[in-house]
Design a binder for this molecule. Structure first.
Ligand code: NAG
Length: 113
């Protein structure tokens, strides 16, 4: 029963972290003597990093096999599109503003910068 409670709080914690800071997460080495980092189907050498433009994440692998996975581009932060616009994934995960009703039309809002 204690176990169930622990698992449950872990799930809640990871959901919480995911919602609040969706930019980076950290994972400890899976092995005692890791030779690489693996995330889903990506293998990253120790001390190396890899940008995954499919999932819009950057996977960093420390020398000790710990991993940090950070969002890049549209996953790097929260983008609040102006009214009538929508944010979609552009080239190499760059945020792209398009018309809220038509992805093929670029959105050019009036912005005061
Ligand atoms: C990654 O490391 C594991 C052991 O930690 C090993 O079994 C696997 O073959 C390695 N993969 C690559 C592609 O080097």
């Amino acid at each position: 029963m204690g176990m169930t409670k622990c698992v449950l709080s872990l799930v809640i914690l990871s959901c919480y972290v995911h919602v609040i800071i969706s930019f980076c997460m950290f994972e400890l080495p899976k092995d005692h003597n890791p030779k690489n980092c693996t995330y889903k189907d990506s293998v990253v050498a120790l001390g190396d990093s890899l940008e995954d433009f499919e999932r819009c994440i950057k996977i960093g692998c420390s020398a000790n096999g710990a991993m940090h996975i950070c969002g890049i581009g549209i996953n790097a932060g929260v983008f609040q599109p102006p009214p009538g616009c929508r944010v979609i994934k552009g080239d190499k995960c760059a945020p792209k503003l398009v018309d809220a009703n038509d992805n093929s039309i670029e959105c050019h809002p009036k912005v005061d910068e």
